[in-house]
Ligand binder design. Structure first.
Ligand code: NAD
Ligand SMILES: O=C(O)C(=O)C[C@@H](O)[C@H](O)[C@H](O)COP(=O)(O)O
Ligand code: ZN
Length: 361
């Protein structure tokens, strides 16, 4: 049995991300006698939910469980309203706890319920997807989508703990797992090139959720460390945190245009190639680093082009204008000016944007 890896996330208060077998034992640390707990679960995660409910119950909690729709269908105002109604009917107080069980869609939703109920109650996240554990459950960004864009409504509300048994990830489909690896690769490009080397050494092995548990945990720990370092320094995205948005300006636009049917990591993968093309045209990224984006993402089976987008430039451009990093009419992109050297490209020329788009169409 491998040891638990723990990454501390600094803050007021800080919290820990524990990745290892038996992590559910730590749920008891968040239970006081009689404390009520709402478990917000993704469909299909019944075994994890049952284990969590047992751990919470044995520690003396009064547990209520609810299952929300799968994937992005969970991140809607309607689902959120339903959860508020449930908490109200059940009389949840500021002393109580919300636990999210599932992929990033559910941890975003559960985190936002916790952020907004009575202006904020505690939450603990049990991410069951690769993307959830390396990114969504960590760092306190919570929220839902709207018809106008991705994550347009939300709050910064860090959890009290993030617990993940890596065995949970092994039941993931390869497509969902690899989508999560896009965020891991993102961390490689913006901060930790060892991640890129680990993936490049054997992309087939890295892409298989069950092939190499040690490699999987190493990638998780490295990506979580990148995120922890950033959010500890800039929780509310005054500046530094924007680097975690590498590839997201274009990626979120694709997700909106595709009616939230694209996997988030797939969209971010194309978004990273788009922004590398943009930075290359701006003289910031050389040909080798640009090519490395296509090669590492492509080797994992991630998309490096958005073929459907060729006729959709106007829609993509409008959606990118609603990106949270925009200021007024000015688009702002996180770009690299070298490996692990993120910076911003502010208000790039429209021709440059069109040309980068053509390169990923
Ligand atoms: N808050 C943040 O900082 C942050 C960061 C990155 C992404 N996100 C958000 O996270 C979401 C993407 O997360 P995701 O990729 O986990 O998507 P997801 O939650 O939609 O899960 C993807 C699919 O994997 C399934 N799944 C989850 N765990 C599984 C398991 N153990 N075994 C088998 N199947 C499993 C789900 O049921 C779903 O069908 C997006 O909404 C994105 O915007 C948020
Ligand atoms: O944690 C962050 O900060 C990120 O940007 C991480 C992203 O991977 C994540 O997709 C996040 O939800 C995007 O945030 P948004 O503010 O662009 O909606
Ligand atoms: Zn993301």
């Amino acid at each position: 049995m491998s040891a638990t890896r723990t990454v501390e996330v600094g803050g007021q208060p800080g919290y820990a991300v524990h990745v290892g077998p038996g992590v559910l034992d730590r749920l008891a640390e968040h239970v006081r006698p009689g404390r009520r707990v709402l478990v917000v679960a993704q469909p299909g995660r019944e075994v994890v939910v049952a284990d969590a409910v047992e751990a919470l119950g044995s520690a003396g909690a009064r547990v209520l469980t609810t299952t929300v729709p799968d994937a992005e269908a969970a991140k809607t105002a309607e689902v959120l309203t339903g959860l508020w109604a449930l908490l109200g009917r059940e009389g949840f107080t500021r002393d109580d706890l919300v636990v999210g069980v599932g992929g990033g869609a559910v941890t975003d939703l559960a985190g936002f319920v916790a952020a907004t109920w009575l202006r904020g109650v505690d939450s603990v996240m049990l991410p069951t997807s690769m993307l959830g554990v390396v990114d969504a459950a960590v760092g306190g960004k919570t929220g839902i989508n709207t018809g106008e864009g991705k994550n347009l409504v939300g709050a910064f509300h860090p959890p009290r703990a993030v617990l993940c048994d890596p065995a949970w990830l092994r039941t993931m489909s390869r497509a969902d797992y690899v989508s999560g690896l896009a965020e891991v690769v993102k961390c490689g490009f913006i901060a930790d090139p060892v991640i890129l080397e680990l993936v490049e050494a054997d992309p087939e092995r890295a892409a298989d959720p069950a092939a190499d548990p040690e490699l999987a945990v190493e990638l998780v720990a490295r990506a979580v460390q990148v995120k922890a370092d950033v959010v500890a320094a800039d929780l509310r995205e005054a500046s530094l945190r924007e680097i975690l948005n590498y590839g997201h300006t274009f990626g979120h636009a694709v997700e909106l245009i595709e009616g939230y049917t694209w996997r988030h990591g797939d969209a971010v993968s194309v978004g990273m190639v788009f922004v590398a093309e943009l930075a290359h045209r701006a003289g910031l990224v050389d040909g080798d680093l640009l090519a490395r984006h296509r090669s590492v993402l492509g080797a994992l089976g991630l998309p490096t082009a958005y073929p459907g987008g060729a006729d959709r430039w106007a829609d993509l451009r409008a959606a990118m204008g609603r990106d949270k990093k925009s200021r007024g009419d000015t688009l702002r992109f996180v770009v690299l000016e070298g490996l692990a050297r993120p910076t911003r490209l502010v208000g790039p020329d429209e021709e440059l944007l069109r040309s980068a788009h053509a390169a990923v169409s």
